[in-house]
Design a protein around this ligand. Structure first.
Ligand SMILES: NC(=O)c1ccc[n+]([C@@H]2O[C@H](COP(=O)([O-])OP(=O)(O)OC[C@H]3O[C@@H](n4cnc5c(N)ncnc54)[C@H](O)[C@@H]3O)[C@@H](O)[C@H]2O)c1
Length: 446
């Protein structure tokens, strides 16, 4: 069965979730374009949106309607041409309405797995739990045709394990989108052993069709992205512990968050990123990875303690950031959690923040914000100059930043040495396209 045939019947599991909704939009958009292609006249297309939570499915449909309208507006010239070829001259407004109607017409929201029995491709984005994922795959295996193929969005579970537990006999591949899937360019492709011979090529063709940057990762728990992110986060937490000899916990978290954002010129600080992903998600990924790396301690007592206290981060259904290590006002951090009092300490309260800033010291003269460097054609030489200057400074900020940079490089190199990534370029690609870093961890700066 070709990819073109497979587009006719597709299912998303966990469609109402954070990742599932973005994946559903990408697939619905592509399937609508397929449907509008005159070559496909006479074919029917169905996208099963499956979720155990009916309210999530309601919200999903609103989201898809809005996204379809936005897409049609942005791509109006291209879509006008497509509808013209089909014999309709449409005004801008009519075009948006028509495309939205065409996209919504493909959707089959349901809470029942049985409804997707004729799906040719199944995308799974349910909770990160081995047993639950395996059980759902097993049920689908029993009801779908033998030709159906499966794609898992797991962040950390070895695909081989899911394949075995669900008895899928090589019909499963890892297709790891980054959050949010409709925006982030990267998909990590994880090809397990065994795999049906036609599946890798199918996965690459599919990823290209969705306009994604595709990077292979070997089938090792955590893959490249979380293999780096988890250890990077643990490094920051160890530094917080070390700094507590001299600083209060709140100051130590503030310092490491600023070092990882400002001094390393990343899009957000490490604790803000952990909040964004969710402390509970961070914890569950560590729990899945830890048994596979007995020589490392992929575990954090601090995360366990905060999660047990209900400090979890993540987002509200309307996209607003929930509080975690940091507290957010209009999306911006304004306070840090203090475990001693169980309350958040505001940046403006007392002089703890200015004290910490003074101890960090100034940024090098050649510093520029992440956003400014993102589009700078001279980015690499400017970064080189910046890190050169940082190395000549002896401030606390420079020392912590260089230790961070060295640790990040060490993590990246180990991913290659352990055979998780096939090359340094792949590690750098994942961090740059999945995490929006300006430079990969395996660099010549340190
Ligand atoms: N959130 C991220 O940043 C991120 C990034 C990459 C990959 N992932 C992975 O994507 C997957 C989903 O993560 P998420 O953050 O979107 O989770 P989420 O909790 O936002 O969504 C999961 C959805 O699955 C539904 N669900 C749960 N059990 C189900 C079942 N048995 N059948 C059908 N639906 C079910 C839930 O109702 C929910 O709507 C996980 O494997 C996660 O590791 C997450």
């Amino acid at each position: 069965m070709t990819l073109d045939d497979r587009w006719q019947s597709v299912a998303v599991l966990g469609a109402g979730g954070k990742m599932g909704s973005g994946i559903s939009f990408l697939l619905a958009r592509e399937m609508t374009l397929q449907k509008l292609n005159p070559e496909n006249a006479g074919r029917t297309y169905r996208l099963y949106l499956i979720d155990v939570n009916p309210e999530a499915l309601e919200g999903l449909q609103q989201y898809l309607k809005k996204q379809a309208g936005k897409f049609a507006q942005k791509q109006s010239d291209r879509l006008r041409e497509i509808y013209r070829k089909r014999g309709s001259e449409l005004s801008e407004d009519a075009l948006i309405t028509q495309f939205t109607r065409d996209l919504m017409g493909l959707l089959r929201p349901t809470t029942r797995l049985e409804d997707a029995a004729d799906a040719h491709m199944v995308f799974e984005a349910i909770i990160e739990n081995i047993e639950i994922k395996a059980r759902v795959f097993q049920q689908l295996r029993e009801q779908c045709p033998e030709t159906t193929v499966f794609f898992s969005n797991t962040s950390s579970i070895p695909i081989k394990l899911l394949n075995q537990k669900a008895g899928l006999e090589g019909r499963l591949i890892g297709f790891h989108f980054y959050n949010p899937p409709a925006v982030q360019k990267l998909v990590e492709i994880i090809i397990p052993e065994p795999v049906r011979p036609e599946l890798p090529e199918l996965a690459y063709a599919l990823g290209r069709r969705l306009g994604k940057k595709l990077i292979p990762s070997n089938d090792v728990a955590g893959f490249i992205g979380n293999g780096h992110f988890m250890r990077d986060g643990l490094h920051a937490m160890q530094e917080v512990q070390r700094l507590q000899g001299e600083f209060h916990f709140v100051q130590a978290v503030y310092i490491m968050n600023r070092v990882s954002q400002d001094f390393l010129i990343r899009p957000m600080g490490i604790f803000q990123l952990i909040d964004y992903v969710g402390l509970d998600v961070f914890q569950s990924i560590l729990n899945i990875m830890n048994p596979y790396f007995p020589e490392e301690q992929l575990h954090s007592g601090l995360i366990d303690e905060l999660v047990a206290r209900g400090i979890r981060g993540g987002q509200y259904p309307d996209g607003r950031q929930k509080d975690g290590f940091l507290k957010y006002e209009d999306g911006k951090p304004g306070a840090i959690y203090n475990p001693e009092t169980g309350k958040y300490l505001a940046f403006a309260e007392g002089n703890w923040k200015s004290e910490a800033d003074a101890r960090l010291g100034a940024l090098p003269r050649t510093w520029a914000p992440w956003k400014a460097l993102l589009k700078d054609p001279d980015r690499d030489s400017r970064l080189s100059q910046y890190f050169q200057q940082l190395k000549q400074m002896n401030t606390l900020g420079a020392q912590l930043a260089l230790r961070y940079l060295r640790r990040s490089k060490e993590i990246g190199e180990k991913l290659v040495a352990d055979g998780v990534a096939q090359s340094a370029e792949d590690v750098n690609g994942v961090l740059m396209h999945g995490f929006y870093h300006l430079y990969g961890p395996i660099n010549h700066f340190v």
